[in-house]
Design a protein around this ligand. Structure first.
Ligand code: 13P
Length: 244
C-alpha cells in the first residue's frame, strides 16, 4: 500500500538551526514508531544545509529559474547542492509577490531538470457559485505541466485553496473530493492519461490533527502543512492520523 505523504512547509515559522534540530530529534523519535507515512520537510534556505539526513526528505520552499546576477535568489542547482531533493513551486504566497504563470513554469522546469521532485501548488482565491474558480485551477495546472510528460514521475500537485490557508477552517471534505477529481482530469489532459493519473495530489490549507482524517477520505495522497507543521506536537497529531 502506498504511504501517505506529509510535507511540512515551515515558511518562516522555524527561524534557527537549533530550533529546527530540536524538532528533527523529536520527529525521528515519532517516525521510528510509525509506518505507512512519509515525511518531507521544506525549511527556510538558511536552515536547509544544517539539517541532518534522516528517514525524511529535505526540500526548498521556493526557487528561482534565473541564473547569474540576481540578488537574493536561489536556483534549483543551489538547492540540490544544499541537500534538497524536492522543491515547492508556485505557492500562493510566491504568486502574490509577482510569480506569474510564465515564471512558475520556468521554476517548475528548472526543479524537474535538476532531477528533483516539483510540488506544484495550485488553488483559487475564492469559490464561486457558478464554478468559475475551476478555470483558475485548470489554467495553473496546464500552464505549468503541459509538455512535461518526461518528468511525470517527479511531479506532485498540492491543491491549496488560498481562502483556506491560515484560516479558521479547512475545506469541506466533500468539496475537496470534487476538486481532486477535477485536478486528476486536468492532469490527464495535460500529461496524458497514463502519467497524469499517477500524479499524487496533496491538500493544503489549515490541516491539523482534528480534520486530517476526514480530509483523507477525499482521495488525496497526503497533505502540505503550514502552521501545524512547525510545532512537533501538532505535526505529530497529523502524522498519527495519517499512519497506517
Ligand atoms: P496552513 O497549514 O498554515 O494553512 O498553510 C498551508 C500552506 O500554505 C502550506 O503550504
Amino acid at each position: 500500500m502506498r504511504k501517505r505523504l506529509i510535507v511540512a512547509n515551515w515558511k518562516m515559522y522555524i527561524e534557527t538551526p537549533d530550533t529546527a534540530k530540536r524538532f528533527i530529534t523529536a520527529l525521528k523519535r515519532k517516525l521510528a514508531r510509525m509506518s505507512g507515512v512519509e515525511v518531507w520537510i521544506a525549511p527556510p534556505f538558511t536552515i536547509l544545509p544544517t539539517l541532518p539526513k534522516g528517514s525524511y526528505k529535505l526540500g526548498g520552499q521556493a526557487v528561482s529559474a534565473k541564473e547569474g546576477a540576481h540578488t537574493g535568489q536561489v536556483s534549483a542547482g543551489m538547492l540540490r547542492a544544499a541537500g534538497a531533493s524536492f522543491c515547492i513551486v508556485g505557492h500562493s504566497e510566491q504568486r502574490a509577490q509577482g510569480a506569474d504563470a510564465e515564471a512558475v513554469r520556468a521554476q517548475f522546469a528548472s526543479v524537474l531538470k535538476q532531477g528533483m521532485v516539483g510540488i506544484l501548488c495550485v488553488g483559487e482565491e475564492a469559490r464561486k457559485e457558478d464554478g468559475s474558480h475551476f478555470a483558475q485551477i485548470e489554467e495553473e495546472i496546464r500552464s505549468a505541466c503541459t509538455g512535461m510528460q518526461a518528468f511525470a514521475n517527479k511531479i506532485i500537485v498540492a491543491y491549496e485553496p488560498i481562502w483556506a490557508i491560515g484560516a479558521l477552517q479547512a475545506m469541506q471534505p466533500q468539496e475537496l473530493e470534487e476538486t481532486v477529481i477535477f485536478i486528476k482530469k486536468t492532469l490527464s489532459q495535460a500529461l496524458g492519461r497514463e502519467g497524469g493519473l499517477k500524479i499524487p495530489i496533496l491538500y493544503g490549507g489549515s490541516v491539523e490533527g482534528g480534520n486530517a482524517h476526514a480530509l483523507l477520505a477525499s482521495g488525496v495522497s497526503g497533505f502540505l502543512v503550514g502552521r501545524a507543521s512547525a510545532d512537533i506536537n501538532s505535526f505529530g497529531e497529523i502524522l498519527t492520523t495519517c499512519k497506517k
